[in-house]
Ligand binder design. Structure first.
Ligand code: PGA
Ligand code: ZN
Length: 428
């Protein structure tokens, strides 16, 4: 059978932070290969699958020789002879083989690179693009709406501002290419405004500007001005989305805003964010409260209203059970889908299905540590996920994803059309 797995090979390559990561190649009897690379988070949730890192002195402990060894030895032996199309059985085998709750024995990095490479291998053996293979019998139609970082902060920018991502969503764009055009204009305008104000310091982990803001609202004001300077109407053409990543500065219901030298209770942080929702054209807000703050998240979601996406990242960690649980207490209304957060494609798909069953929106997302791997763009189209978050609009580990979207737009009969505004909470 042409999709029979003949060989699984692990290789140590490098990510956008200059750290080692795991690449996996899967060869099938067809003579073709599938290849994928594991990304890596920096502001990780505690319930995530954990990467296997070597520790010790080399590369600050980030080396992945053990995880590559997992692929070369146990994983390669276990998968040889299986059918690459049988993603579910293969992922189940990987999970059982690892045998731990957090995938730490073989490594979440080894597992996700293998799981994604399997899908690539099956698609290659069948001679179809990955998005087409993933779509199965569903007719894939539209491109995902981009969510793009303009300013970086939090763990990605030396905590220069407390919040992690100040992003834009081209809520008025009708097609993928236009959404990118508009974002590029906003990015240029933001750079000019920052330079004029003497606040430009370089770029953060995901390529957004590394700002020298005086406070978090300073960043929001600058973003609104950038949207206007670029000639767009804030909230209509281009809107704001935020990743608060509150787990990073909160513990036991107390949140420390270092920039502003204040400590807030869960209620006070909520009030601050709700006030922003009233004053700024914000359409999505991710991890507004910490991963352990169920009560705060439920209260915030109820008050944010149903026109704003309350996105669970660290709060639900691409975990179907956690999404179902969060939905049952009314916490969040949108799931961030990061395949490496859970460790296999099958489980990422289950998370997506759980989100859909709960009536949530979903956003497929890259990590802060990325590579030239474009699997998530194919997932967005193949699985019909309406939004895509891959960081900023600079640096090739980000641009490779946006550019892949442009290529796929040319392959789709819809020609890169985005879901209509009425499909999103802010358009209802
Ligand atoms: P991470 O950041 O990849 O460092 O976790 C991205 C995010 O929090 O959305
Ligand atoms: Zn996040």
């Amino acid at each position: 059978m042409k999709t029979t797995i003949e060989r699984v090979h692990g290789r140590r390559v490098w990510d956008s932070r200059g750290r080692p990561t795991v690449e996996v190649e899967v060869a099938t009897a067809s003579g073709t290969i599938g290849r994928a690379i594991a990304p890596a988070g920096a502001s990780t949730g505690s319930a995530e699958a954990v990467d296997l890192r070597d520790g010790g002195d080399a590369f600050a402990g980030y080396d992945v020789r053990k995880a590559v060894g997992s692929v070369e030895n146990e994983i390669a032996a276990a998968l040889a002879g299986m059918d690459a199309r049988d993603q579910t059985s293969i992922d189940r085998r990987l999970i059982d083989l690892d045998g731990t709750a957090n995938k730490g024995r073989l490594g979440g990095n080894a597992l996700i690179a293998t799981s994604m490479a399997i899908a690539h291998a099956a698609a290659a053996a069948e001679g179809v693009p990955l998005w087409r293979y993933l779509a199965g019998d569903d007719e894939p139609g539209l491109l995902p709406l981009p969510e793009i970082q303009i300013f970086g902060g939090g763990a990605h920018a030396g905590r220069r501002v407390d919040l992690q991502d100040f992003m834009v969503i081209a809520t008025g764009a009708g097609d993928f290419a236009t959404a990118l055009d508009w974002t590029a204009e906003v990015y240029i305008a933001a750079g000019k405004l920052m330079a004029e104000a003497g606040k430009l310091q370089g770029v953060a982990d995901e390529g957004g500007f590394w700002p020298a803001f005086d406070g978090n609202e300073d960043a929001l004001d600058m973003l609104v001005r950038a949207i206007e300077k670029a000639g767009f109407s804030p909230g209509e053409d281009v809107s704001i989305s935020l990743d608060i990543a509150a787990t990073d500065f909160g513990r036991d219901g107390r949140y420390r805003l270092a920039r502003e030298d204040r400590e807030l209770s869960s209620e006070e942080l909520s009030e601050m964010l709700l006030d922003w929702l009233g004053r700024y054209p914000i359409v999505a807000i991710e991890d507004p409260l910490g991963e352990d703050d169920d009560v705060g998240m439920t209260a915030f979601t109820a008050r944010a209203g149903n026109q704003v996406e309350v996105v669970g990242d660290d709060f639900v960690t691409t975990n179907a059970a956690r999404i179902t649980e969060a939905a049952s207490i009314g916490a969040c209304n949108t799931a961030l889908i990061k395949p490496n957060q859970i460790g296999t494609l099958t489980e990422a798909r289950a998370a997506l299905d759980a989100a859909r069953a709960a009536g949530w929106e979903s956003i497929v997302s890259a990590r802060s540590g990325e590579t030239e791997d474009v699997t998530i763009v194919h997932l967005a189209i193949g699985w019909g996920i309406k939004q895509l978050k891959v960081g900023s609009f600079t640096r090739s580990e980000r641009m490779v994803k946006w550019n892949e979207g442009l290529r796929l737009a040319d392959q789709l009969s819809s020609g890169g059309r985005l879901p209509p505004r009425s499909d999103f909470p802010w358009g209802r």
